[in-house]
Design a protein around this ligand. Structure first.
Ligand SMILES: [Zn+2]
Length: 109
C-alpha cells in the first residue's frame, strides 16, 4: 500500500458537470475514475495521492479497480504513476502524454 486516494465518490455525469464548474473557476481538476459509472473527485476533498502523475505504463494499481492487476512494483527513487484512464476526447481537447513508456498512447485522453 503506497497511498490512499481520498475524495468524494460521484457518478460520471456529476463528474462531467463538476469538471466544467471547476474549469470555469480556474481550479486544477483532480479526478480518478473507479469504473464506468463512478469517479473519485479529489478537487476539494482530496489528499496528496491526487498529485501522482499519469503514465500509460504505471507502477501503481488501485484496489477498487481489479481489471489490470499486474505484479508490477516500483523501486526506490522511481517516480510513482497511475493510468488515469481518462475518457477519450476530440482532437481539440486532447492532452499530450509525456510518460516515456514503451507503450505510451501519446495522449492522456
Ligand atoms: Zn503515456
Amino acid at each position: 500500500m503506497v497511498i490512499e486516494y481520498i475524495g468524494t465518490i460521484i457518478r460520471s455525469e456529476v463528474a462531467n458537470r463538476k469538471e466544467r464548474v471547476y474549469e470555469s473557476q480556474n481550479r486544477g481538476v483532480y479526478m480518478f475514475r473507479i469504473d464506468n459509472d463512478y469517479v473519485i473527485d479529489a478537487t476539494i476533498t482530496g489528499g496528496p495521492a491526487r498529485y501522482i502523475n499519469h503514465s500509460c505504463a504505471p507502477n501503481c494499481i488501485t484496489e477498487v479497480v481489479m481489471i489490470e492487476k499486474e505484479n508490477k512494483s516500483s523501486s526506490r527513487g522511481e517516480e510513482l504513476s497511475y493510468d488515469y484512464k481518462f475518457d477519450f476526447e476530440d482532437d481539440q481537447h486532447k492532452i499530450p502524454c509525456h510518460c516515456g513508456a514503451v507503450n505510451c498512447r501519446k495522449w492522456m485522453n
